[in-house]
Design a protein around this ligand. Structure first.
Ligand code: NAP
Ligand code: MN
Length: 266
């Protein structure tokens, strides 16, 4: 029986050319690329960079279907295959010689005067002010108050997102086999009026983070999930926790997280 394969690509010239090559190679090896994604799709091939994979995950709302990435972007941390290795990929895929890396998402629930809204992200949820205003946020972990944060905002990342914005903020790189959330401060204010943690903090994957805009200040916030932003007015509370949903990335036998980190960062 046919295996249904769905190809998702960004619209750069390089990606379009790779997609064409890929389609003909798949057909030659007995695999069939389909033009639509459905419940019985067996594999999603994502052509682009990490940004493209993030778009795919948002568009298909955290699909369970295994995903493999061909890197035509700049960094390609999620992307497993180099364009010149497409033949190897098809060979190993047909042989079943690969493993699945499950990566958890992070959920945010935004309660406002106007209702309740939810987003999910693979990398990170960032909470900021609107325009360039600083924010003042009361932060609790499992209902116990931790700090009043003042500054540009906070970035709450999954282990998979630890190498993205979190890393630029001075946060730690986390092996994705760990289940945790990392909260990194963005330009925390340090003076006699305001005092916030200056390092990131880690919470167990089972804990829940509550963020309440401080009463004396603006309650309008920007919530950014994997780079997509929504502005919310009159925010009452944000609740952020690790999602039960995971995406399933295909990794071939030579994949090792720390090798990938070394090759992309050092
Ligand atoms: P983008 O330009 O596609 O992403 C920004 C850069 O981050 C790209 O080089 C991208 O790689 C890389 N990247 C994405 N996810 C990564 C991961 N898990 N590990 C390592 N690198 C990763 O912009 P976008 O589409 O809006 O992406 C949203 C992400 O950008 C957010 O989730 C946030 O983490 C990150 N971001 C970073 C900064 C910063 O570093 N100062 C600021 C804002 C947002 P590719 O080149 O392969 O696409
Ligand atoms: Mn990108």
């Amino acid at each position: 029986m046919d295996k249904k394969i769905y190809i998702y690509a960004n619209d750069t010239e390089v990606s379009k050319a790779i997609e064409k090559t890929l389609r003909s190679k798949l057909v030659k090896s007995g695999l069939r690329p389909y033009n639509t994604y459905s419940d019985d799709t067996e594999l999603i091939i994502c052509i682009g960079g990490d940004g493209t994979l993030l778009r795919l995950v948002q568009e298909f709302e955290f699909p369970k279907t295994p995903i493999v990435g061909i890197n035509t972007g700049h960094l390609g941390f999620f992307q497993e295959i180099l364009p010149e290795k497409i033949d190897d990929f098809i060979f190993f895929y047909n042989q079943g010689k690969y493993s699945i890396q499950g990566l958890s998402g992070v959920n945010v629930t935004v309660k406002t005067a106007g209702g309740s809204f939810r987003h999910i992200a693979l990398n990170d949820i960032t909470v900021r002010g609107v325009l360039t205003h600083p924010v003042h946020l009361n932060i609790s972990i499992n209902d116990s108050f931790i700090e009043r944060f003042s500054g540009d905002g906070i970035c709450v990342s999954t282990p998979a997102g630890s190498t993205a914005y979190n890393y630029a903020l001075g946060g730690a790189i986390v092996d994705p086999r760990l289940s945790l959330l990392q909260v990194a401060p963005i330009a925390p204010m340090q003076n006699t009026a305001y005092r916030s943690f200056t390092s990131s903090v880690l919470l167990p994957g089972s804990d829940s983070l509550s963020v309440i805009p401080c009463g004396d200040f603006d309650k309008n916030l920007s919530v950014v999930y994997d780079g997509l932003m929504t502005e919310y007015k009159d925010v009452k509370e944000l609740t952020i926790r690790l999602s039960r949903k995971k995406i399933n990335l295909i990794r071939f036998d030579d994949y090792q997280f720390w090798e990938k980190v070394k090759s992309k960062f050092l």
